[in-house]
Each structure stands twice: as structure tokens, then as C-alpha cells.
Design a protein around this ligand. Structure first.
Ligand SMILES: [Fe+2]
Length: 369
């Protein structure tokens, strides 16, 4: 199944033309069926696939390439250099997280293991044998709250030495990706029958993280290597630009596994657990994994011939609900029969519980929520 591509241009043009607080579907009695259709398409695709491919004219291929080039240069540095940017005491929420730290939920969560066993053989994920062998850099994007109950999630950024363009590149690419997410979040809210700003108002001051991952294909480029074990994202919406190496697979709501092909110039968006919470389970967090496949091997061989980097960089950005906002089913979703599964909880508290599972600190007991 191909995931359809949604062009955000008509929605963005419309938003630029009218006041930001306007209902984009109906202005002064005039109805805009094209936008209404687009918005319901966005919510429907998110519900069925947990993912969405979008085209946003503000996120150009040139920007994407500049960002990927810089991150390849960074990940190619020695582990000793990269570890200078490591902040384990802050649960790796800023700076670099080395390979071998993040534990895929499918390795520790018994309930998830049982669910995996029930998946038909052909769609079963590749079960990891240990922590993910991927590096990741965490860079906060956007303003942070002055007062918060969750200081640890809103810590100062770390800049590696020798990268004068780092701050500019990270901030500019990060804010462009956030803008794309905001447009999608507004359209999804409209499509789900909620006010346009139902999600975006909760995202303000959120601990959004630009978190590019780096996977060393020279060392680990063998079919079946799990770079990111079967899991869901704990945040609200995740966005990535096109990676230079394939490998990402997602599970649709109907249980089928699909290898994602992101067309050139497109961005991939995935629904996370905070989205699931706010919609009372109407839109489930999308399950996914990154595993070396035959297509990855083809891309490795091509990169070798062209003398290009063998680090697979994914320019992931995790958009979050503000730590001090309460996660609970919004609007009509509060009446859903599944609403009880999603009791009110501060988003920051929820994130802390999830992190304790996938990045347990020394001496800390793993907690499954
Ligand atoms: Fe993920």
C-alpha cells in the first residue's frame, strides 16, 4: 500500500490570507470544501496508517541536504569526540545519545511481546536482541517555559566544537519541521471534529526535540540488523525528511506491515502516544521499526560506488505536548468508550514514565506503564 501524499500548500496559502484564529473551513458564510476534504483526509490517513506523507513548500530539499550533510560529518567523528556531547544525567534529552543506550520497548514490555506473538508471521517485526545500535543527537527547538514542573525535560542545548553552522542549521531546520507539524496538527484537529487549535494550543512551549539519528552502515549494514526495534513514539507527532537509506517499516491499523518509501521532497509524519491519548484511542500511535533490508543494501552499494557517507541519518523531530499541559481525551473523544484507558496525566509526567522504560538509569527500576 502506498501512503498518499498530502500537499500542504492550499492550507498554508489559506492560513496566510486570513486571520490565524479564523475557522479555515468556513469564513463569512463561505465554505471551503477543498480544505474540509483535505483535513478529513489527513485525520483519516493518520487513523488508518498512523503515518502521513506531506509536501511543505517551506521545507526544501536544499535545506534537507544541508542538514543531512552536517549530521553525516558529525556522526563520522570518533566515538570519543561524540561522547563529549553526552549528558546521561539529563536522560540524554540534550546532546548525544551513543549507540547501545535506548532499549526498544519490544525487548522489555511483556504485554507488547505477547501482542507481537499474535501478529501473523508475514507481518511480524524483527525482534531485537539488545539495545538499539543507533546514535542520536537531541536538540531542543522553540521557546521553553519560564516556570515548569518538569525542568529536566527543558535543559540547555549542547553544541559540538568545530561546527560553526550547528546552531543556525539545527534551529532553522527544526523550526521549519515544527511549522509543517503545526499545519498538520491543525488539519488533523479539524478532521477529527475538534477546534482548529485543539492540538497546537497544547504544543506551545512543548519540549520539541530535533533528534537526528545516525546508524553506521559500514559496521552494521547487514540484512536484519535492527537499528530501531519495533516501538511507538511517546510524543505527539514525529516528522522526518527523506533518509538517504531506506529501512523504515510501519504497521497500519489493520495490522499490515509496510516498508515506507518517502518520495523526494516529501516529509513523513507519524502519530505518537500523546496523539493517541488526546483522541481517546481514535488515532493510535503508529508502530514502526528501522531494520536493514535488501533495499538498504542496494543503497549502501550505490553510496560506496559514489564515495558517499555510509551513515544513515534520519532527521527526526519529535513534536511534544507542553510538559505542564494535561493529556486527556479532548472534546467529543472524552465520551468515547475507550476514554477510561487514557486518564488525565501531565504530559511531562507521562514522558518521564516512558523514558524510565526505554532509557533506564543505573540503579533505576524499569517501570512499564
Ligand atoms: Fe520512532
Amino acid at each position: 500500500m502506498e501512503i498518499p501524499v498530502i500537499d500542504l500548500s492550499p492550507y498554508l496559502e489559506f492560513s496566510a490570507k486570513f486571520r490565524v484564529d479564523c475557522d479555515p473551513i468556513s469564513i463569512e458564510g463561505e465554505v471551503y470544501p477543498q480544505l474540509e476534504r483535505l483535513s478529513s483526509e489527513v485525520s483519516q490517513i493518520l487513523k488508518e496508517t498512523g503515518a502521513l506523507l506531506v509536501k511543505d513548500p517551506r521545507c526544501s530539499t536544499i535545506d534537507n541536504d544541508r542538514f543531512l550533510d552536517m549530521m553525516e560529518t558529525y556522526f563520522e567523528k570518533s566515538p570519543e569526540f561524540k561522547r563529549l556531547q553526552e549528558r546521561p544525567n539529563l536522560r540524554y534529552q540534550v546532546g548525544v545519545m551513543p549507540e547501545g543506550i535506548e532499549v526498544p520497548r519490544s525487548l522489555v514490555d511483556e504485554e507488547m511481546k505477547q501482542r507481537i506473538r499474535r501478529i501473523p508471521k508475514e507481518f511480524q517485526p524483527t525482534i531485537p536482541v539488545g539495545p538499539d545500535p543507533k546514535w542520536r543527537y537531541m536538540w531542543r527547538v522553540g521557546p521553553r517555559p519560564l516556570n515548569t514542573r518538569f525542568q529536566e525535560l527543558n535543559s540547555e542545548p549542547v553544541v559540538p566544537e568545530g561546527f560553526p553552522e550547528w546552531i543556525e542549521n539545527m534551529d532553522s531546520w527544526g523550526s521549519k519541521m515544527i511549522s509543517a507539524i503545526e499545519a498538520v496538527a491543525e488539519m488533523a484537529a479539524i478532521g477529527f471534529g475538534l477546534p482548529k487549535d485543539a492540538f497546537t494550543s497544547l504544543m506551545k512551549m512543548g519540549p520539541h526535540l530535533l533528534a537526528p539519528t545516525g546508524s553506521d552502515l559500514e559496521r552494521y549494514g547487514h540484512v536484519g540488523t535492527v537499528f530501531s526495534g519495533y516501538h511507538y513514539d511517546l510524543n505527539f507527532l514525529t516528522i522526518h525528511c527523506r533518509s538517504r537509506f531506506p529501512g523504515l517499516s510501519i504497521w497500519l491499523r489493520n495490522g499490515k506491515k509496510v516498508e515506507v518509501k518517502v518520495p523526494v521532497g516529501c516529509l513523513l509524519i507519524q502519530a505518537g502516544k500523546e496523539m493517541e491519548w488526546l483522541t481517546g484511542g481514535e488515532c493510535l500511535a503508529g508502530m514502526h521499526e528501522v531494520v536493514v533490508t535488501n533495499r538498504t543494501i542496494d543503497a549502501i552499494e550505490l553510496a560506496q560506488k559514489q564515495n558517499q557517507s555510509l551513515w544513515r541519518v534520519s532527521s527526526t523531530l519529535f513534536a511534544h505536548i507542553a510538559s505542564d499541559a494535561v493529556l486527556k481525551p479532548l472534546g467529543h473523544f472524552a465520551d468515547s468508550p475507550l476514554a477510561d484507558k487514557y486518564p488525565p496525566i501531565y504530559a511531562g509526567e507521562y514522558v518521564k514514565l516512558e523514558l524510565a522504560v526505554i532509557k533506564p538509569q543505573r540503579g533505576e527500576k524499569t517501570v512499564i506503564i
